[in-house]
Design a protein. Structure first.
Lengths: 157, 64
């Protein structure tokens, strides 16, 4: 290993320094904790999406009145039928993606290897982030469809 | 001012002086708002291990 030559401080400029403010310290601490809480936050968001999906599926299926003897008059409109179909499909896809985020799975790590721990954490984070992003985008599509169905139903009633 | 290879820093907590490589100081990504002349960077004093905020000239970022 080569030893670095001694540096002459006079050759280099001096930059102004200051103690971190309370806010800067608090922000740094908060972001440091977020680094390790990210997976918990993602799983919390996924559970919220699962709850919302099941609730909205109930609402959408109730609006579609599939179990009723006769379908409501607004269900004769092709647009509302299409929106209902896409909405139900999107809610199931969002539900599936969100369930994948919270699906328990084994992760093998070497506890005495910090690089292995960091790599495993980043891999888990990327997987859960992708699943949740898909769930949120598809859930947004389902929300738009549901809004269309509700507005259409109100228009035609 | 051209970007030097090292900068002198003085710890505001313990008064310790040390040379910090400028590349290390500028390694992380930063958002610079229009009109600002300096960017703040957080480094750790090698003597007392406390955090220190350093004002780095904005133009040095162009050389990273």
């Amino acid at each position: 290993m080569s030893k670095e030559p001694a540096l002459n401080p006079d050759l280099y400029p001096t930059l102004p320094t200051a103690k971190p403010s309370a806010q800067e310290d608090a922000l740094a601490r908060w972001f440091a904790t977020q680094r390790t809480q990210s997976i918990d936050n993602l799983e919390g968001a996924a559970r919220q999406i699962i709850t919302l999906c099941t609730t909205l599926l109930t609402v959408l299926l109730g609006l579609a009145a599939l179990t009723a003897e006769t379908l409501p008059s607004y269900m004769s409109a092709a647009l509302i039928r299409w929106l209902s179909m896409v909405g139900v499909l999107a809610l199931f896809v969002a539900l599936g993606s969100a369930l994948l985020v919270v699906l328990p799975g084994a992760t093998w790590v070497k506890l005495n290897d910090p690089a292995d721990l960091a790599a495993a954490y980043d891999k888990l984070l990327a997987y859960k982030n992708t699943g949740l992003t898909i769930a949120v985008v598809v859930f947004g599509t389902a929300m738009l469809c549901l809004t269309g169905v509700i507005l259409g139903a109100l228009w035609m009633v | 001012m051209p970007r030097p290879q090292y900068v002198n820093l003085v710890c505001p907590h313990c008064g310790h002086k040390w040379l910090e490589p400028t590349a290390t100081l500028l390694a992380a990504e930063v958002v610079v708002y229009r009109g600002e002349q300096t960017v703040k960077r957080r480094v750790r004093c090698p003597n007392c291990d406390k955090d220190v905020i350093v004002d780095v000239p904005k133009e040095w970022l162009d050389h990273v």
